[in-house]
Design a protein around this ligand. Structure first.
Ligand code: NAD
Ligand code: IPM
Ligand code: MN
Length: 347
């Protein structure tokens, strides 16, 4: 079992180190890591955020464990050379179209939520975010209007095949959970969303055991704060899913808690926290490594066929939190490594 380990930028190396320690503590026979440069770190070393060597390592791995990319020093580069292109490029090149972002409240952590305890304690939802299309991957550019004004544009589009495959992911996820699927779109304004909604409705005939509802994205943002307990599975497009998952993280308590899996049709996956490289705290040993550790658990479950080991990691995280382990984002003072130690001790 070959893991491509891509730490990336900012807090990426700090958090992936803790996830690697946890994986190594499980002493899984045959598990090996192959580390590679990605993001701004790769650009600075070899001139490209996703070097061919890194893409090859990712391709031949059984799973990819990813930290984060993004470096303020690279923000003025041509877009194709920016660190963020590395993660977008991996998602596209490996057809990782189905992004699972679970959000649930840990009993001992209700106080960390930005919401009132009685509202926060009910959160147990999964955002299924499309990852290969939408405004992210449409034609984009800068042009000049006839009057000489600068104009930026990014084309938003989805074809029905793209919607169908992510809708299947959403319906199947709902079947495996509480049987409720909420499709989030902006069909009152966008043609892209009208097609999305039509295709989801067509497909629902194949899933009579799933209760389907629809919600506009602006209302969904409001409902996630008002009553997040109403949601089981949310299926949505690339841009809306990006925004709603950061929002959901603060309902849970911190963006440092939310893990994700990005899967292709065969179950090959890239696993990463939903947060970024956090340049404001990078290099200070302050970052919460739990989102990355929980991403490693998802990797064991979804790509490596090791559900018991995944459970062990998740239980250890829960035990560490119940024991009072808190990094700064959770109102505590543990360092990144000390949080890793707490999980290892519980393991
Ligand atoms: P961010 O998620 O990096 O940080 C937002 C805020 O959350 C910051 O205050 C940060 O300190 C905090 N935070 C994030 N992760 C944390 C953790 N594990 N523990 C404690 N606090 C944490 O978002 P941003 O500041 O908008 O973006 C910074 C860079 O990261 C940008 O270059 C952006 O493009 C990139 N980014 C990358 C990814 C990715 O690699 N998948 C995701 C999001 C953003
Ligand atoms: C995420 C990030 C990425 C996204 C960026 C870094 C390209 O915000 O993984 O949520 O927008 O998908
Ligand atoms: Mn994001």
């Amino acid at each position: 079992m070959r893991i491509a380990l891509l730490p990336g930028d900012g807090i990426g190396p700090e958090i992936t180190r803790e996830a690697q320690r946890v994986l190594e503590a499980l002493a899984i026979p045959g598990l090996v890591f192959e580390e590679a440069l990605v993001g701004g770190a790769a650009y600075k070393a070899v001139g490209h955020p996703l070097p061919p060597e890194t893409l090859n390592i990712a391709r031949r791995a059984d799973a990819i464990l990813f930290g984060s990319v993004g470096d303020p020093e690279c923000d003025a580069l041509d877009r194709h050379l920016r660190p963020e292109q590395a993660i977008l490029g991996l998602r596209k090149a490996l057809t990782l179209f189905s992004n699972l972002r679970p959000a649930r409240v840990y009993p001992g952590l209700v106080d960390a939520s930005a919401l009132r305890p009685e509202v926060a304690s009910r959160i147990d939802l999964l955002i299924v975010r499309e990852l290969n299309g939408d405004v992210y991957f449409g034609e984009k550019g800068m042009r000049t209007t006839p009057t000489g004004a600068r104009e930026g544009y990014d084309i938003m589009s989805y074809n029905e095949d793209e919607v169908r495959r992510i809708a299947h992911s959403g319906f199947r996820a709902a079947q495996a959970r509480r049987g409720k699927l909420c499709s989030v779109d902006k069909a009152n304004v966008l043609e892209t969303s009208q097609l999305w909604r039509d295709v989801v409705v067509e497909l629902s005939a194949e899933y009579p055991d799933v209760t389907l509802s629809h919600m506009y994205v602006d209302n969904a943002a409001m409902q996630l704060v008002r009553d997040p307990g109403q949601f089981d599975v949310i299926v949505t497009g690339n841009l809306f899913g990006d925004i709603l998952s950061d929002l959901a993280s603060m309902c849970v308590g911190s963006i440092g808690l939310l893990a994700s899996a990005s899967l292709d049709a065969q179950g090959k996956g890239l696993y990463e926290p939903i947060h970024g490289s956090a340049p404001d705290i990078a290099g200070q040993g302050k970052a919460n490594p739990l989102a990355t550790i929980l991403s490693a658990a998802m990797m064991l479950r979804f790509s490596l066929g090791l559900p018991d080991e995944a459970d062990r990691i998740e239980r250890a995280v829960e035990a560490a939190l119940n024991g009072g382990a808190r990094t700064a984002d959770l109102g505590g003072s543990l360092s990144t490594a000390a949080m890793g130690d707490a999980v290892l001790a519980a393991l």
